[in-house]
Design a protein around this ligand. Sequence first.
Ligand code: ZN
Length: 219
Amino acid sequence: MKSQLSALSVNGNGHQNGNGHHHSNLKVVTKEQESYDPYFEGLVEQMLRRVGEDPERDGLKRTPLRVAKAMDFLTSGYDTSVEEILNNAIFEDDGEELVIVKDIEFYSLCEHHMLPFFGKAHVGYLPNGKIIGLSKVARLVDLFSRRLQVQERLTNQIADAMMEILEARGVGVVLEGSHFCMMMRGVQKQNSSTVTTATRGILKDDPQARAEFMKLVRS
Ligand code: ZN
């Protein structure tokens, strides 16, 4: 989803930064400013027409641009690596107790409808000489959330990444998610939430360790 005009630097308001253009030909400058990802914006414009809208009306003029930027951000997980997030954030530590980071907000898009699903992630691990900064666990959740996902795979990817990075003795991940594709259409179960679990190592194999993890997550 990288912009095809990556040389064009655009800030949050869609204004181009320091492009060195003179304002004698304001029209041309404006046109450049409005462009972020022309191909993607064209697709959004077609979508607007297809649902019966007029992309030229005032409220929608900048919508293709906004959608292109928003989708770029919401799928930025494809362009980010685990290594990038972790650089120098893993520390040696001889603690052996279970570490749990609870209530990490996540926002993702379901791959079946490209509608949001969101909720809370709880991530725990049994260290094996290495620990990770708590904020990095949240960044890891973001990394895998900002892609088209199904909740089960998202849960597993977080667990596998934690296991690999930390060479932990065990990892447990629980996600509670609400899905717009269920809430807004079809069944319309506004209050339903989907819980998915992924466990690895001791937290998978040892029923007692697993039970302790699940109890702490629920408390
Ligand atoms: Zn869906």
